[in-house]
Write a protein that binds this ligand. Sequence first.
Ligand code: ADP
Ligand code: MG
Length: 457
Amino acid sequence: MFKNTRQAKTNTIISEDEILADMEDLFVVGPTKLKEIVKHFVGELQKGLDHEGATVAMLPSFVTNRPTGKETGSYLALDLGGTNFRVCEVYLEGQSSVRLRQKKFTIPEECKNADGVVLFDFLASSVESFLKDSGVVPSEKELELGFTFSFPVNQTALNAGNLLVWTKGFNCGNTEGKDVVEMLNQAFVRKGLKVKVAALVNDTVGTLMSHAYNDPQTLVGVILGTGTNAAYVEKIENIKKWKGATPASGEMIINCEWGAYDEEKAMLPLTQYDNKLDAESQNPGQHIYEKMISGMYLGEICRNVFLDLIEKKCLFNGYLSEELKKQNSFETAFMSRIERDYSADLSDTKIVLQDLLGVPNTTARDRRIVRRIVELVGIRAARLSACCIAGLVTQMKKLDGCTVAIDGSVFEHYPHFGNRIQDALRELLGIFAENITLALGKDGSGIGAGVIAALAN
Ligand code: ADP
Ligand code: MG
């Protein structure tokens, strides 16, 4: 990837400045490009609203009412996000206040690629264990549950939807094209549990609804976690493909499935490192935007850069550790740690490289290069996220003000991620960027399922 002039100098040592200048050429996305992306993305949104089968699917969520904050009651919710799986009891107390009790479960790797029955049985036994712990015994009446299932689903009712395709490393047999609510309900029946799915919820819709419970200005829900996606409030007359009845509210929350944006690779500034990641992924050619932005992939982009520099003897004196050879060994969480390392000699970065990646004896130069690459990949992710947020605000004509609720570990834990989004929004929207409030919608995907179950009740 080095520029030809530099590639020619095979026998001279390439300086740190030259390496980093090349990386900046590749990874810095300037304001002109940002604006082009927004414009192109809005066009893609509209295609998705017009007809089925568009790249950005724009899936109707069947959620047509937003909460008032006065809803009350206790609801069970499941949140299957990609990395984490939670069983929650959501207590809506009215007056916009919510209490949450939750238990986290780790999804065994073998469940992610087994037959669907194995995965859904695992979900059902987790619910069983949660209920046992909390002493709740479902009585004659079935417990109603909100199911947050954060994979592309073609929803056909609030409590029914067919899985379109697995993403984020899942690939269970005998599931694609089938109704995920039915599969979960059947697993409850197999376990003899009196629990039934009342609402099937995408995490983006849940995040929007949960934040709207205490901030009615909330019109967008975004996920920046294992994957990325968003939902927003759309006027029903703009959803040309909608053939159902017009709801009283005149609006419907749309699950964009924006992770799939630019599968044509027509607009996003892909580098050879992104293309390599895509080619080696479980879903090559798909979810291109997600692969530049979300937690499952950011570390791997950095690893691909490191491998290239190591091969060219520009990093770690050409030493490639066994750990670094492994796909996904450089985790996105390491990027957060490295970006938080403000010490003069990057001492924590040294520990990460040594203890977690098996690269001892790094030089200060090595560590500066590593840190800058991490920063470039992290900044690019935040700026590209801003493009699609700006696209949604533009589509809604809400430049005069709205709240964007954001959930997911990348937004919550990656240092400066929110500020970097805000910086890019300023470049994109000028003074209007001040009207857009970015808010952490912590646990929104779980709470929102409870809120939606309450509205369905
Ligand atoms: P889910 O997507 O399952 O709902 P999360 O929102 O917790 O779960 O996102 C998990 C993703 O966040 C993982 O891909 C992981 O790499 C990434 N992640 C976890 N911790 C951090 C961190 N400190 N900084 C950046 N990314 C992180
Ligand atoms: Mg989540």
